[in-house]
Design a protein around this ligand. Structure first.
Ligand SMILES: CC(C)(COP(=O)(O)OP(=O)(O)OC[C@H]1O[C@@H](n2cnc3c(N)ncnc32)[C@H](O)[C@@H]1OP(=O)(O)O)[C@@H](O)C(=O)NCCC(=O)NCCS
Length: 163
């Protein structure tokens, strides 16, 4: 079994759980800290209410929200929409821990492949995605606003189960 499909290791000092409507103000605050084009609380509420959309959170001991991954599943395919870690908690394995947990759930549900877009200047995010199994497969010119920028498309395919 590949590294990304194994049960994710616990991360000392942090726990992971799905988001609920009670998390909306903290999620909006996290977005505002991490992005130049943050999702509003209304956009986040719409995401939480959507049947095929899901959100996994990372909380520090004490309950402070420090990380998020927002994604959408149309089986057997998924799309990663947002990944963020509060600046003071970066490079501690939270982004990787979120992505590994999402992948473990997606694999157990029989999903096979996924994709995402990432800002061309977003090298930390591109390295994180590469570290958990995504490869660059395309470019969308001037895809982002605030600021205008190209998007790199990255895709991931789970290995076929051994027979
Ligand atoms: C991208 C982001 C989510 C990474 O979160 P994180 O919790 O710091 O990531 P991790 O600590 O799990 O890092 C996992 C791997 O990603 C890569 N990585 C993460 N940050 C990096 C950086 N600043 N420079 C280079 N590589 C980096 C490394 O390979 C790292 O593994 P390593 O620490 O063993 O070298 C975080 O920097 C962030 O929130 N950025 C702003 C929002 C954003 O750009 N989101 C992505 C687009 S939706």
């Amino acid at each position: 079994m590949s590294e990304r499909t194994a049960t994710p290791a616990p991360l000392s000092g942090y726990t992971f759980r799905p988001a609920t409507a009670d998390d909306l103000p903290a999620l909006a605050a996290l977005e505002a800290c991490c992005f130049g084009d943050p999702w509003s609380e209304a956009a986040l509420r719409e995401h939480l209410a959507c049947d095929c959309c899901r959100t996994l959170l990372c909380l520090a001991d004490g309950g402070c929200l420090v990380g998020e991954v927002l994604f959408r599943v149309v089986s057997p395919e998924w799309e990663i929409l947002r990944v963020a870690t509060l600046p003071a908690h970066r490079r501690r394995g939270i982004g990787r821990g979120l992505m590994e947990r999402v992948h473990a759930a997606l694999l157990s549900e029989g999903n096979t492949n996924g994709y995402l877009e990432v800002r061309a200047s977003g090298l930390p995010a591109q390295r994180l995605y590469a570290a958990v199994g995504y490869a660059e497969t395309g470019l969308r010119r001037r895809y982002y606003r605030h600021p205008t920028e190209d998007a790199v498309i990255m895709t991931c395919r789970f290995p076929r189960p051994e027979t």
